[in-house]
Design a protein around this ligand. Structure first.
Ligand code: ZN
Ligand code: ZN
Length: 355
């Protein structure tokens, strides 16, 4: 008898084996390329702060890390193989993968293009399982990914893909609430925090035509904020600076994940204004209902975006020549990049060269 030919895809990645462990080379296999699948040769993968939380098991309370962990959900590369039924991609196309790689495809969320809110829970790109709830998912700190074409994105941007990678998480995280609340010309938008998320928020809100103000605790970031396209900059450590801004913003996008008081931000909203939060501080917010009632204000949350909206974001960014400001590193520099990301010492995203 001849043994069945195995077509599983041999993959080289970088894994951490514990909260304190360093990243090491890690070999594993991806599934055989099925009829609806594409194989992506990964070129670049962004380092998202979630990667660090997961690598160090800092979300143990609600999402305990299973090791070995291969993080990475800001993935771009080139298609090197397509299944027989694939229509969206051909070999050689640029392709991207974001925070999830599969979902049930049938529930109301999936039917509405909100696969990230799949009733059966989407399969996260790393640190989770495939929809069989058995097979572990390994992320983009690796050289190959096999994915159903529905969950992969086309990339219209020409040339080098490194600055596109962070769009797959940081880009959609900021684009989705800006789009949902109809940001456009004539509107005043505040972006709180100028990090990986905030710098994308500035670029996207500006491209949507809004007047953009950056709220930051760090006066040193003013020059950068303006270079990224911000019209105004306000240092929030002195409450006096916010007084003249009371009642003026249509939308404030709060990207800060350190504990902070959101009441001064609510005070800066115009009537019918929206404070959208995408950062995840440790402590609960303490607000008085009057801060919302007086002025019909909305406090909203937002989590990444579904497949259709993520594609819309990538197309929008390609059309407006928007990429992330990045620092490219090698896999050997992951620990150093993690340390610097935790210290906010990066402008504004690390991207690992996986070629
Ligand atoms: Zn992320
Ligand atoms: Zn579903």
């Amino acid at each position: 008898m001849i043994a069945a030919e195995t077509k599983a895809v041999a993959t080289r990645g970088f894994a951490t084996h514990g909260p304190e462990a360093k990243f090491e080379a890690f070999e594993f296999t991806r599934r055989e390329v099925g009829a609806n699948d594409i194989l992506i040769d990964i070129e670049y993968c962004g380092i998202c702060h979630s990667d660090i939380h997961m690598a160090k098991n800092e979300w143990a309370a609600f999402m305990p890390t299973v090791y070995p962990l291969v993080p990475g959900h800001e993935i771009v590369g080139r298609v090197s193989q397509v299944g027989d039924s694939v229509t969206k991609f051909k070999v050689g196309d640029a392709a991207g993968i974001g925070c999830f790689v599969d979902s049930c495809g049938e529930c109301p969320s999936c039917a509405g293009g909100n696969e990230h809110y799949c009733f059966k829970q989407a399969a996260y790109t790393y640190g989770g399982t495939e929809m069989d709830r058995v097979t572990p998912t390994y992320g983009g700190y690796s050289n190959k990914y096999v994915i159903d074409e529905h969950y992969a994105h086309t990339i219209a941007a020409a040339g080098d893909l490194s600055g596109v990678a962070p769009l797959l998480c940081a880009g959609i995280t900021t684009y989705s609430p800006l789009r949902r609340f109809n940001v456009g010309p004539g509107q005043k938008v505040g972006i709180v925090g100028l990090g990986g998320l905030g710098h994308m928020g500035v670029k996207i809100a500006r491209a949507m035509g809004a007047e953009v103000t950056v709220f930051s605790t760090s006066p040193a970031k003013e020059a950068d904020a303006r270079a990224l396209g911000a019209d105004n900059f306000v240092v929030t450590t002195d409450p006096e600076n916010l007084t003249p801004l009371a009642g003026t913003f249509n939308l404030i996008l709060d990207t800060v994940s350190a504990d902070h008081d959101i009441n001064p931000l609510l005070g800066c909203l115009s009537i019918n204004g929206v404070l959208a939060v995408v950062g995840l501080p440790h402590s609960p917010a303490n607000i008085h209902h009057a801060a919302l009632i007086m002025g019909n204000k909305t406090l909203a949350g937002s989590l990444i975006g579904g497949i259709p909206e993520t594609q819309e974001m990538l197309d929008f960014c390609a059309e407006h020549n928007i990429t992330a400001d990045i620092e490219v590193i090698t896999p050997g520099q992951i620990e150093e990049a993690y340390d610097r990301t935790v210290k906010s010492d990066v402008r504004y995203r690390f991207v690992i060269d996986m070629r």
